[in-house]
Write a protein that binds this ligand. Structure first.
Ligand SMILES: Cc1cc2nc3c(=O)[nH]c(=O)nc-3n(C[C@H](O)[C@H](O)[C@H](O)COP(=O)(O)O)c2cc1C
Ligand SMILES: C=C(O[C@@H]1CC(C(=O)O)=C[C@@H](OP(=O)(O)O)[C@H]1O)C(=O)O
Length: 380
């Protein structure tokens, strides 16, 4: 029954898709950290459904209410409670097929765990809706990280079978330029190569028109993470990021840097040679290991990719069971769903990574990285 992530900076999430609200409690932020509500709203806007054939027709404001912990645009140092009201629910869509388990969704596992007491309306607590709370809490941490010289960004590396330009894993300056390109985009469709945007959108709309769905790959970069962050085993940088990344519904795979590609390389190809900069900093000539050695950041960019499965709720008829009548059945769902989760999940993955990095940074520097964002690394 654990709804909290983080040891030193924690986020607790709550809510169901068709309940009154979803929300979060962010605990561990120092006092006096600026909270720019327009930045928070811009992050929420990237996740918001638009009713444009690319996302769920369940369109709502997704306005964040800061209930505590923020006064006059600054944190007070106490827990920040925030909530987002559910304003556009249609529970009747679910009532008609309530006893039929949706393949790929959490209907069966929720029943197995909560014995019929789960809120099944709209997927309840398992709905992607709850990621609105993750973005709201994560974006407060993301803004604090940016002030401390750490930026996190995500793009749609692949949607269906169409690929975007990958992040420049081995070239921090080119990667920083790519991050700038993504920062300049306000619309929630994060691609680097403008030429792939329409083909991706066409693939999503085509799957939706057939009552089907498509998946893809998100690629996230963390720039400016200081060397020395992370713990050798259980709280390694990879472990913390993967823990959060897999908390995002529909994420089914992750790889860091060269990832599964390492399997086909020789050591002489896989190793990242160390070099000294003119300023006396240790860098690596390549970045196959994605800025992490032994679970600890080495100062190079951290780059990881997550596989996002096709939306499970599809309109094609599917084989399932009626778990009340205890017999095989056919399912034809009603309701409103994303034909593809990937575009909306990009900002979710950025905010999830921000929570992991915020926790790791607080473990190392305490709250200094928040209160002294330009000086906290002096003793590194
Ligand atoms: C932003 C976002 C939006 C989502 N939208 C939908 C949706 O409209 N319909 C659906 O069936 N699943 C949607 N999902 C995915 C389900 O919530 C998820 O597949 C389900 O909870 C089962 O979890 P699992 O896929 O991680 O096993 C969405 C996920 C995210 C992150
Ligand atoms: C509401 C959102 O997405 C929802 C995520 C979701 C699911 O099963 O994950 C199912 C749908 O919910 P409903 O049936 O209530 O319309 C989506 O619309 C959102 O992300 O804000």
């Amino acid at each position: 029954m654990k709804n909290t992530f983080g040891s030193d900076l924690s986020l607790t999430i709550f809510g169901e898709s068709h309940g009154r609200a979803v929300g979060a409690v962010l605990d561990g932020m120092a006092a006096g950290v600026p909270v720019d509500e327009s930045f928070l709203a811009a992050c929420m806007d990237k996740r918001r459904a638009r009713g444009d054939g690319l996302s769920t027709p369940r369109v709502e404001a997704d306005a964040v209410q800061l209930l505590s912990g923020v006064v006059n645009g600054h944190t007070t140092g106490t827990a920040i409670a925030l909530m987002i009201e559910n304003q556009n629910t249609r529970s009747a869509d679910y009532a008609k097929t309530a006893d039929l388990l949706r393949p790929g969704h959490a209907d069966f596992t929720a029943y197995a765990k909560y014995h019929g007491f789960q809120d099944a309306r709209g997927g309840g607590h398992f709905s992607g809706r709850v990621t609105a709370a993750l973005v709201a809490g994560g974006s407060i941490v993301l803004a604090a990280l940016q002030r401390a010289g750490i930026d996190i960004t995500t793009h749609i590396a692949r949607c269906a079978d169409i690929a975007d330009t990958p992040f420049a894993l081995d070239d921090p300056a080119a990667l920083a330029a790519q991050a700038e390109t993504l920062a300049s985009k306000t619309e929630g469709f994060a691609v680097l190569d403008a030429a792939v945007e329409e083909p991706m959108k066409t693939a999503i709309r085509a799957a939706g028109a057939e009552g089907d769905s498509v998946g893809g790959v998100l690629e996230t970069a963390i720039l400016g993470l200081p060397a020395g962050i992370g713990e050798p085993y259980f709280d390694s940088v990879e472990s913390e990021i993967a823990h959060l990344a897999f908390s995002v519904p529909a994420v089914k795979g992750i790889e860091f840097g060269t990832g599964f590609g390492f399997a086909g390389l020789r050591g002489s190809e896989a190793n990242d040679a160390f070099r000294m900069t003119a300023e006396g900093a240790v860098v690596t000539a390549t970045n196959h290991n994605a800025g992490i050695n032994g679970g600890i950041a080495n100062g190079m960019p951290v780059v990881f990719r997550t596989a996002v499965k096709p939306t499970p709720s599809i309109y094609k008829q599917q084989d399932t069971v009626d778990y009340i009548a205890k017999k095989d059945a056919q399912l034809s769902i009603q309701g409103r769903h994303d034909p593809c989760i990937v575009p909306r999940a990009a900002i979710v993955q950025t905010c999830a990574a921000a929570l992991a990095v915020g926790d790791l940074l607080t473990a190392r520097y305490g709250a200094r990285w928040m209160t002294d964002p330009t000086g906290y690394r002096k003793e590194d």
